[in-house]
Design a protein around this ligand. Sequence first.
Ligand SMILES: Cc1cc2nc3c(=O)[nH]c(=O)nc-3n(C[C@H](O)[C@H](O)[C@H](O)COP(=O)(O)O)c2cc1C
Length: 263
Amino acid sequence: MSFSELAESRRCIRSYIKKEISDEILNKLLEAGRYAPSAGNCQPWHFYVIKDKTIREEIITKVYPAKWVMEAPVLIVVCAIPSESERRYSSRGKDLYCIQDTAAAIQNILLCAEDNGLGACWIGAFSENELSEVLKLDESKRPIAIIPVGYTENKPLKTKRKPLNEVVTILGDNENSTDLNSMNNDNTRSFMHCDMSGILFEDVNLGDSTFTNINMSNIHISDVNLSESTIHLSNLSNMKITDSLIDGLSINGIDINELLKKS
Ligand SMILES: Cc1cc2nc3c(=O)[nH]c(=O)nc-3n(C[C@H](O)[C@H](O)[C@H](O)COP(=O)(O)O)c2cc1C
């Protein structure tokens, strides 16, 4: 998977199956966190790994009461150490840089989880005091995120994002400036690594969409615009397409019209 595909396919996962994570993969996640950039390379962070059932239960009962968190075999708690950034950058280090640094570490962990076929979620809605008490943290540590990590069979579809032209402004004169409306790919959809078996698609516009590594077995597509869409590496057994626009649809790099001629 390219980096762009990885960044796009990552989701917050809130459902895990019963499968342990090897220490080798767990180390990869922690290494990814450790390689994050930090202001002045202060690395003002500490990562707690919690596999212990009693401590996980205590977190769920006292800090973040969501049952799905207990399904994850491992929780990683990412803490900032504000004093380490303050020493070098005063209040900007204490109040801002150490939070930005740990956020970069958290995102590295989430992306590394995705890269290794794991699901993870960034949890920030908790009382820092309660979590500090449960983990018996010393006063130098500020817990920033709880990251449940585990394998999943329930990856949600793509979460919506604001269009590029709403969140990007290109400043200054630039004759060759890009038209953000043309960069805005909100009308094209990308479905990756998910199970769509048995789904019925009716009267929807999926033109220009990309389907990669999808289980589409027993899917029924009716009255759907699939023109110029691409399907790669997917399970298409018993897929039915009826009354749909399929001009330019390609499957594994072959145009649908070529496939129909062959059959
Ligand atoms: C700072 C921060 C705090 C978050 N806190 C929580 C949380 O407490 N519980 C939760 O279920 N998700 C939490 N999330 C996950 C967001 O809900 C999620 O990233 C967002 O809805 C987009 O979905 P996606 O990550 O699957 O693309 C948090 C994300 C961030 C960045």
